[in-house]
Design a binder for this molecule. Structure first.
Ligand code: AMP
Ligand code: MG
Length: 356
């Protein structure tokens, strides 16, 4: 398959390209497209064959459900059986935007799209290209992140091409995404509202509307043996090809520890990388030193993290050491992704743990 590549301006997306892309999806094909969170790999959510193609193109296990994207609140009713009472308030505040809600699904949604579940995850994205494409595709696009399974989510169209060239009909380039981490997923269908995946809409923002909100324990205690309620969270994710370790501890100890580990790896001919912040960037001496921005700027960290992980792959870095980030507010989502990317390898230098 030849993949068509088309660049669009979000302020004024070319209607001709949008119509062509919409037709591809209506006819059962796949289009990668920008959203405000990360790039999505879109197919017709109501067509089981399209969902099967999405799993095949990504190399994704078919029990890992897809998120259905809509472009009008009024389109929700047709795909859900029941709307939990707090939905209206959340939709009013956070839609269109980076929040996904779980609902009992209607008959219209095939089980191929929901990974066999009776529930469906729904999001109304704010990106204008995404909205126009959903509309042109018939209103319901199933879209996971547009990466091959296990790799960091794409925040630029060229990473969609890297992973999916020849596997999808079209890639739409809308520039670097604004947020850089996938949507927050909240489940309102059972008991206490529960965050199944942390994201840009934080626990604190949700608690202001809903009162107490839980975070799925399996996300906090990855070794507890409990299966996460968002089935996808159990899979290996976001991993760069090099070995990534998160380094915790007092700042000067972290800098010294990372530099020592880098020296040791370089002496053995290995290529090394460091993920740090503007405040410490000049203190590191590795083959590739990348800053996520200022340590105080969580939005910049979120936006740059996946791009940095991909760049280390491009540069064939073999050992990556990352500073740790605070886990409050947006930090909860950042650390969730970084921990998964590192396969939960953490060295706490204040506790005397060694990096080598
Ligand atoms: P991605 O599309 O790559 O952002 O991944 C979608 C995430 O949403 C995965 O972690 C899925 O397991 C989760 N998800 C999708 N549908 C449901 C659902 N019905 N219930 C729980 N989690 C879901
Ligand atoms: Mg994904």
């Amino acid at each position: 398959m030849i993949t068509e590549y088309a660049a669009l301006n979000e302020e004024n997306p070319d209607p001709e390209v949008i119509q062509r892309a919409g037709k591809i999806i209506r006819e059962g094909g796949l289009v990668a497209f920008p959203t405000e969170t990360v790039y999505g790999l879109g197919g017709d959510a109501l067509n089981p064959e399209s969902s099967k193609k999405i799993y095949a193109a990504k190399g994704r296990p078919s029990d890992n459900p897809l998120i259905v994207h809509i472009c009008r609140l009024s389109d929700l009713d047709a795909i859900v059986k029941e709307v939990p009472p707090q939905t209206g308030k959340l939709a009013e505040l956070f839609w269109p935007g980076p929040l996904t809600m779980i609902f009992p699904k209607s008959e219209l949604v095939p089980r191929e799209t929901t990974g066999g579940l009776d529930t469906v995850a729904v999001r109304f994205p704010s990106n204008r290209i995404a909205q126009a494409l959903i509309d042109a595709s018939g209103g319901y696009i199933a879209a996971p992140s547009a990466n091959r399974s296990g790799r960091p989510s794409p925040t630029l169209a060229r990473y969609c091409m890297e992973d999916l060239d020849g596997r999808v009909e079209m890639v739409i380039d809308g520039g670097q995404v604004g947020i850089g981490l996938e949507s927050t997923i909240i489940d309102l269908t059972e008991g206490r509202p529960t965050i199944l995946r942390p994201g840009f809409i934080t626990q604190k923002m949700l608690e202001e509307v809903l009162g107490d909100v839980e975070v799925d324990r399996a996300l906090i205690e990855p070794d507890s043996g409990k299966a996460p309620k968002a089935p996808g969270m159990k899979y290996k994710h976001y991993a760069p090809r090099g070995e990534l370790v998160i380094v915790e501890g007092k700042c000067d100890r972290v800098v010294a520890g990372i530099n020592e580990a880098v020296r040791e790896k370089r002496a053995r001919g290995m290529k090394t990388g460091v993920i740090c912040t503007d405040e410490t960037k000049a203190m590191y001496d590795a083959d590739s030193v990348k800053s996520t921005g200022s340590r105080c700027d969580e939005q910049s960290t979120a936006k740059e993290l996946f791009r940095i992980l991909r760049e280390f792959d491009d540069e064939q870095v073999e050992y990556i050491y990352s500073e740790s980030f605070s886990d409050g507010d947006l930090g909860q989502a950042i650390m969730n992704r970084l921990m998964k990317a590192a396969g939960h390898r953490v060295a706490d230098l204040d506790q005397g743990e060694r990096l080598l």
